[in-house]
Ligand binder design. Structure first.
Ligand code: NAD
Ligand code: MLT
Length: 531
């Protein structure tokens, strides 16, 4: 029977998104809006998915109660109303719908720039008040002026494109864009101080992060031209509100157009709202019918696809994986988890680093999901919580485990290989395996010894001197204990040197039998492994 999922919509979404949910009989949804975090926390334990806009605050407290929640879907871009680290820690996928409102928001930024340049809000208020003030509202032309765009992502690029159409000169700054890519968009990429110094208008389109909070502060205003105008349709706080008020009062800044505030709604006595040079809208950047329909449809479809077939799109805390990719990755993920689980049974001491190497065809696979599966296998036995691809890397980082990945396309004995080296304060442990064909898997290496075993079930792993009689003695001891041997794999460093025996057994070997095995003179260690 198909699995059923409970979905909670805790903000108002456009009805077209709700229609998307209705197409899936497996999805049962409730709409409960206006909940305070404590109220949401009280009911969230019943749901597999939560759909929100900006109104719902998904706090740490809410997440602590979200015992079956698998996905949070944000209709819109900003996920600053979701406490992402606790969600990631719990293995909850957080996704947004990043494109549905980009054009609308860019159009708002352009509208705000033009409204500010031509004093339209004040002129409109004046004429509504019965006045006819033609000289008071003389504005500034934008043609041939320089627009500085800070943040050239989805919205910043559209703003730049529209501004170029208005015959502005566009300069921009974005830490992850190359000058060549910017030039192809008609934008001159410059360093931030140069942008501050040259721009007549400055518009910000970055997320609010620890790096961007206060990005436009008193020091930035000091570098700007007298008479500069500033637009913020991104997030309150990117432009320091007090520094902006001071810069307007001092005459440095001629105008500011703000759609967003640190506190929303801003307090009545907010210093910026007392200034004529400030025009403002109540966070209307994404508020068009078209954008609301689009973000609602996008996020409803993304959440439905994730719940029903595992597709991950636009997640902010895990890389995207399509069902087709999942089909190819499947056996590699299983092998990776098994190698992690095997390593966990070999190591002494806490892991300090994990190095995952992808060889042959495996070098072409998406590494993140496979590494996450290794970490899941490695840590699952230790932790009293369910691990998945979302929280395993997070929990590893939280424990100070350094994770690295290397790839080599060179083909060795197998067409693709995956090797995992775990370091602890007490040693270094290596395990490797391969996926053969579509599904079959082999364990190919343990601690430098070549082996070839199907990684499934119980194995007795012995380290012994390579002398005659060991296999016979082990067979006798296991036979006496009623344990059947299903397979035997011997790896040795050289004839007469040390050997690793991997004995596949039909069930668990009791500790007393392991102790007896250790009394065989050639055996130096006996460990039971379960894969
Ligand atoms: P995006 O992720 O596509 O782009 C953000 C860009 O900012 C990226 O290119 C990134 O490299 C850049 N950036 C990050 N740190 C930077 C820094 N220190 N300096 C300069 N650039 C930096 O996001 P987007 O969809 O373009 O959205 C931009 C902002 O607009 C977000 O804050 C989003 O929440 C906000 N937004 C507001 C509204 C609204 O209603 N007012 C609507 C939609 C989006
Ligand atoms: C967004 O981040 O998408 C916008 O701020 C619009 C909204 O909050 O809904």
């Amino acid at each position: 029977m198909a699995e059923n999922f409970r979905v909670l919509l805790s903000d108002t979404l456009a009805p077209q998104g709700i229609e998307v949910l209705k197409r899936y009989p497996q999805l049962n949804f409730d709409i409960k809006t206006g909940l305070k975090p404590a109220e949401l926390a009280a009911i969230i334990g019943d749901y597999d998915a939560l759909l929100i806009r900006s109104g719902t605050k998904v706090t740490k407290e809410v997440i602590e109660h979200a015992t079956r929640l698998r996905v949070i879907g944000r209709a819109g871009v900003g996920v600053d109303n979701v406490d992402i680290p606790p969600a990631t820690r719990r293995g909850i996928v957080v996704m947004n719908s990043p494109l549905g409102n980009s054009v609308t928001t860019a159009e708002h930024a352009i509208s705000m720039m033009m409204a500010m340049a031509r004093h339209i809000p004040a002129a409109n208020a004046s004429i509504h008040a019965g006045k006819w003030e033609r000289t008071k509202f003389t504005g500034a032309e934008i043609c041939n002026k320089t627009l500085g765009v800070v943040g050239l992502g989805n919205i910043g690029r559209i703003v730049a494109d529209r501004a170029l159409g208005l015959k502005m000169k566009v300069i921009g700054y974005d830490p992850i864009l190359t000058a060549e890519a910017a030039a192809r968009l008609g934008i001159e990429l410059v360093a931030l101080p140069e942008l501050f110094a040259r721009a007549d208008f400055i518009t910000v389109h970055t997320p609010l992060t620890d790096d961007t909070r206060g990005l436009i502060n008193a020091a930035a205003f000091a570098k700007m031209k007298k008479g500069v105008r500033v637009i913020n349709c991104a997030r309150g706080g990117i432009v320091d509100e007090h520094a902006l008020a001071d810069a307007i009062v001092s005459g440095k800044v001629a105008g500011a157009a703000l759609d967003v505030f640190v506190e929303e709604p801003p307090p009545r006595d907010h210093p910026l709202l007392a200034l004529d040079a400030v025009i403002a809208t109540p966070h209307l950047g994404a508020a068009t019918d078209e954008a609301q329909v689009q973000v609602s449809v996008d996020i409803a479809q993304q959440v439905a696809d994730f719940l029903i077939d595992g597709t991950i799109r636009n997640a902010v805390n895990i890389p995207a994986v399509t069902p087709k990719e999942l089909e190819i990755l499947g056996p590699h993920l299983t092998l990776a988890e098994k190698l992690g689980r095997l390593a966990a049974q070999l190591i002494a001491g806490a892991p300090t680093s994990v190095a995952v190497s992808f060889g042959g065809e495996a070098a072409n696979l998406k590494p993140d999901a496979i590494t996450a599966a290794v970490l899941k296998g490695l840590m699952s036995g230790y932790l009293d919580e369910e691990l998945n691809a979302v929280n395993a890397p997070y929990l590893a980082a939280e424990r100070g485990i350094k994770v690295s990945e290397t790839r080599s396309r060179e083909v060795t004995d197998f067409i693709n290989t995956l090797s995992v080296v775990v370091r602890t304060a007490l040693g270094e442990y290596e395990v490797a395996g391969a996926v053969l064909g579509n599904r079959a898997m082999r364990l190919t290496r343990i601690d430098g010894y070549r082996v070839e075993a199907v990684p499934e079930g119980y194995f007795l792993m012995l380290h012994n001197r390579d002398v005659p009689g060991v296999v016979g003695a082990v067979g006798t001891l296991l036979g006496e204990a009623g344990i059947n041997i299903a397979g035997l794999e011997l790896g040795r460093d050289r004839v007469g040197g040390t050997a690793l025996s991997l004995i596949e057994v039909d069930g668990a070997v009791p500790p007393a039998v392991l102790e007896k095995l250790k009394t065989v003179s050639a055996i130096t260690s006996a460990t039971l492994l379960k894969l």
